[in-house]
Write a protein that binds this ligand. Structure first.
Ligand code: MG
Length: 216
């Protein structure tokens, strides 16, 4: 098996006219598991923060009652608010801390620490470029043992990140299928109320995900 991999790596390098040393960046570091984690909806309670801001921070909010309820589908919040208020969230809301002041999901710090004992933990998020500074600050503030961060701000699929992950956890069904179809990564859906209608390899808790990673 190892010889087959070596042959494959050599063949790819030859096809691209590159030496094996030039290509090391493409290939996962042998022996260290790469564990990819989505941020919003997995580590960070973005959905709760967004509802809070639209209820309590938006001036004269008409959503004080309706947005007390957790999202029941992927675009649920967007469907409840006007375009003007949705645009407020992504402009003024970002400036006021949409990606900075919300909470982690319970158990996240302990879970990420445990995962960091099993491999390298890398965060991957699809967020606008203007959220980068808040994303760096938030990760630093949480003191999570995360050793890498990818901010995909041009709608790049997560399958384009290199080196590829061995295992990944996301709350967006499209990301799980993208990684499953286009890479060798084992991708899992963190089951949340807004993705309950989608079929995918799933986990319901950090404990369940850690058990899967431990068994790899
Ligand atoms: Mg997410």
């Amino acid at each position: 098996m190892r010889d087959d991999l070596w042959f494959l790596e050599r063949s790819i390098c030859r096809m691209m006219g590159r030496s094996i040393n030039d290509m090391k960046w493409v290939m996962p570091k042998k022996g260290v598991m790469r564990i990819g984690l989505d941020i919003d909806g997995v580590l960070y309670q973005w959905e709760r923060t967004a509802r809070y801001m639209l209820r309590e921070i938006l001036p004269n909010s008409p959503y004080k009652e309706v947005l007390k309820q957790e999202s029941t589908d992927w675009d649920w919040i967007k469907d409840q608010v006007s375009k003007k208020d949705w645009d407020w969230l992504w402009d003024k809301g970002i400036k006021l801390g949409l990606f900075r002041h919300g909470h982690l999901y319970p158990g996240t710090i302990e879970a990420v620490r445990e995962l960091a004992n099993l491999g390298d933990v890398i965060a991957v998020t699809s967020r606008p470029k203007r959220t980068a500074a808040d994303t760096f600050a938030w990760i630093a503030y949480q003191r999570l043992p995360i050793v890498g961060l990818h901010i995909l701000s041009s709608k790049e699929p997560k399958s384009t990140v290199r080196p590829m992950f061995d295992v990944f956890l996301d709350d967006k069904p499209g990301n799980v299928s993208d990684l499953s179809i286009n890479t060798s990564c084992k991708a899992y859906l963190m089951r949340r109320p807004w993705n309950k209608n989608y079929v995918a390899p799933e986990v319901h808790s950090w404990k369940e995900f850690i058990e899967i990673v431990r068994a790899l």
